[in-house]
Design a protein around this ligand. Sequence first.
Ligand code: AHR
Length: 351
Amino acid sequence: MKKSYLTIITLILLFLSISGCGTYGQASPSGDAGRQSQGGDDEQLITVGFSQVGAESDWRNINTDSMKESFCPENGYDLIYDDGQQKQHNQITAIRTFIQKDVDYIVLAPVIEDGWDTVLTEARDADIPVILVDRMVNVNDPDLFTCWVGSDFELEGSKVCEWLNGFCRANHISGSDINIVNIKGTEGASAELGRSKALRTAVNKYGWNLLDERSGEFTQAKGREVMTQFLKQHKNINVVYSENDNEAFGAIEAIEAEGRKVGSDIKHGEIMVLAFDGTSDQAVEAVRSGRITCIGECNPLHGPRVEKIIRNLSEGIVPDKYEYVDEGIFSADESVNSVIIDGVSYGVRVP
Ligand code: AHR
């Protein structure tokens, strides 16, 4: 009896896999990576294992959609997608699963920079090219990955800091009157390291007071929690440097819950919110209404870029080792028209 049940289940599973009834796979900490639906002849599809950071932000969800849309069967791919739930050990397990499945390519969006040497060596030993997307890894041997595509996070931070300096100059506010807190992203992630570094550089350069720094883990809930603590401990905050939009949304909730107002009129008690990404409708609306005063753009649409890299690799074309994407800066405040970093001018736009 038990045996015949097993036979029926096996037949059903076989039917489902042949008939292409699968859906996008979801994360599993066990590394049981899911497979995107497969239409047609599997033999001809390029198999790609994608280890995503998680679903912590609007940016991340748009990035996931972009990857899934690009690596679809219609484009010639069999995508095995794994959500790492912001945990490096889940991502390492996913990569090992991809190696066991002998995928053609591994795409990794690493949650943090350190700690990848061993598993990337395993991928190299298995002859599977690894393409990094979004954040970077810090490894002893750069040949452990084929190439990387993503953002210059320090440049993003410098744009926002230069914008704040321009705002101060235009409105006759001294650097020593800026009392700023930093809601950092996930500690050790490239996006956190780069944006925090830019802030520290500007703090030293312009004499701002950096009152506190704590991680909001790139989420709205944690952003609210951290900002609530900051408001309790520091009564003179007038600028919040929030390392992504979702943390900024949480910070705004916390500020308003305290009966304070967000906005650029810091001379009259408003708290200015600065952020990064600018991807969701909510963020665009927040900039237009002035609730977020300035956003350093972070572009999440990496799917077509990574797909092009893999297509080229399949045809024997060697990609550039590092590919930085173009990004801008958004504000509805008219104090600053453009910012200049390393001799390059970036126009400030209303999104
Ligand atoms: O690495 C990119 C960052 O990660 C984005 O700014 C953030 O929203 C995401 O979670």
